[in-house]
Design a protein around this ligand. Structure first.
Ligand SMILES: Cc1cc2nc3c(=O)[nH]c(=O)nc-3n(C[C@H](O)[C@H](O)[C@H](O)COP(=O)(O)O)c2cc1C
Length: 443
């Protein structure tokens, strides 16, 4: 299997200062032409898929500096992702189209319908990133007084995924003959009425869409807690994982894949993608210079606000050059990423300023920086050492960063036999090397 490459398709980039860079495109906010261009660039580089993270609440209104400067993961003015991907499906032929939708505040019938529809529109290129919602404020837009606790969200997510998959299997693959001569539009023996009665959902079914081209659109998941990993093992075809060292990524990889057997699944039934921001230059010095340019576009006020967001605690009262405080208590919104940042700062004795500078370029995730050979070496090393099956790539400065990655690194990966020269198949599942699920209701 070739290495999987996914492009993080956020128009604002992956770094707080990025959209201000002279090479970043102008007016990235809800700009369809830019999105089309980015999709075509990624497809020209034979990327497996475009990935759109998402949420529903406008965030950081309590952090005025960050609010005004716009952190890429806050997305105060974006397209609804499935709508956007339906448009991008018409402008592309091969690339997979993966959108995030929450199990915490959406309904399984609506989600099953939306992604079945996207899978048909794109002729088998849809993916659903199943999340349990990281932003507590999203709750307030869905008639809840507060964000549900993690246990509850994951319990609901499990049942949600089962219902969605059951709905995708509502019809046999050949249930719609649409035969003008006989007058049979559909075959009534080929429908399965779900009749789901569970703790969180009661859903009669069937879905009002034919079975998706891929059987099931590709399911992504991205939680790193115990419950998150168990949910992935049960339901995810792909996992978006973020670890900042290879040993930690190897442990997470072995941990998640080790859980698959419990669900009757094998290692090859899942692709784990390591999230990484890649700064590549023709030379190492060029990559360093870009890194520095972006850092200079972020004021300390924005940096501190950003750190507050990442660790889930207001950091404005702490001296910039004093030690990064250690927060022990667990609360809603205090995610694995936040804990990892606090642990890193403690281990390395970082100040508040040093901590925000460390996390800004890669948003608390991972970063590879260097010339094309250095980047290909580290990607090959992670891939061969089973730290991942591929990468979820954020390339700094949109779209030039992605173009540069495709021009400089993709040929090197191809030369090493690590990455495809042509798409293998027609659907996202084909290209990811994932089986098309059989319909359990129709042998
Ligand atoms: C790499 C990664 C990407 C995520 N992307 C999103 C997202 O786009 N939207 C969202 O609401 N939550 C997102 N989440 C949040 C998870 O679904 C989950 O709610 C959160 O990580 C807390 O669960 P955990 O403790 O199991 O990690 C993401 C989490 C991770 C680790």
């Amino acid at each position: 299997m070739p290495m999987t490459l996914a492009a993080n398709a956020n128009a604002q980039g992956s770094h707080v200062g990025e959209w201000r860079h002279p090479a970043a495109w102008d007016a990235p906010c809800t700009n369809l032409e830019n999105a089309v261009r980015l999709a075509r660039i990624a497809e020209s580089g034979k990327f497996d898929l475009l990935f759109l993270a998402d949420g529903n609440g406008v965030r950081q209104m309590d952090k005025p500096d960050l609010f005004a400067a716009t952190s890429p993961s806050d997305r105060p003015g974006v397209f609804e992702p499935v709508t956007l991907l339906a448009a991008l499906a018409m402008a592309t032929d091969h690339i997979g189209l993966v959108a995030t939708t929450t199990t915490t505040y959406d309904e399984p019938f609506a989600v099953a319908r939306r992604f079945a529809s996207l899978d048909h529109i794109s002729k088998g290129r849809a993916g659903w990133n199943l999340v349990t919602t990281s932003n507590p404020g999203d709750a307030l837009n869905f008639s809840h007084a507060a964000h549900a606790a993690r246990e509850h969200r994951y319990e609901r997510a499990r049942e949600f995924a089962e219902v969605v998959k059951g709905l995708w299997d509502s019809w046999a693959d050949d249930a719609f003959p649409q035969d003008k001569a006989s007058g049979r539009y559909l075959d009534p023996s080929k429908v399965h009425v779900l009749g789901h009665q569970g703790k969180h959902f009661q859903v009669a079914g069937p879905l009002n869409a034919p079975r998706p081209v891929q059987g099931h659109p590709v399911v992504f998941s991205a939680g790193q807690s115990e419950q998150g990993k168990e949910l992935s093992a049960a339901h995810a075809d792909c996992v978006f994982a973020i670890e900042s060292t290879r040993p930690a990524a190897q442990r997470l990889y072995a941990d998640i894949k080790g859980r698959l057997a419990t669900y009757g699944r094998s290692h090859d039934d899942m692709r784990i993608l390591a999230g990484v921001t890649i700064f590549v230059g023709e030379t190492e010095a060029e990559a360093d210079a870009l890194f520095q340019e972006l850092e200079d576009l972020v004021s300390p006020a924005v940096g501190v606000d950003y750190l507050s967001k990442m660790v889930g605690t207001k950091m404005t009262g702490y001296p910039l050059d004093g030690p990064m405080p250690v927060f022990e208590e667990e609360h809603v919104g205090h995610t694995g990423i936040g804990k990892a940042i606090i642990a890193m700062a403690k281990e390395e004795g970082l100040t508040v300023r040093e901590t925000y500078k460390r996390i800004l370029p890669q948003m608390g995730g991972n970063m590879f920086k260097g010339d094309p050979k250095q980047i290909a070496d580290i990607m090959e090393d992670w891939y061969r050492a089973k730290a991942c099956d591929g990468f979820m790539i954020a390339a700094p400065v949109v779209p030039t960063g992605l173009e540069r990655f495709i021009r400089l690194v993709v040929p090197e990966l191809q030369r090493r036999g690590l990455f495809r020269r042509e798409y293998e198949g027609r659907t996202l599942r084909d290209n990811l090397g994932l089986r098309r699920p059989a319909n359990p209701f129709f042998a």
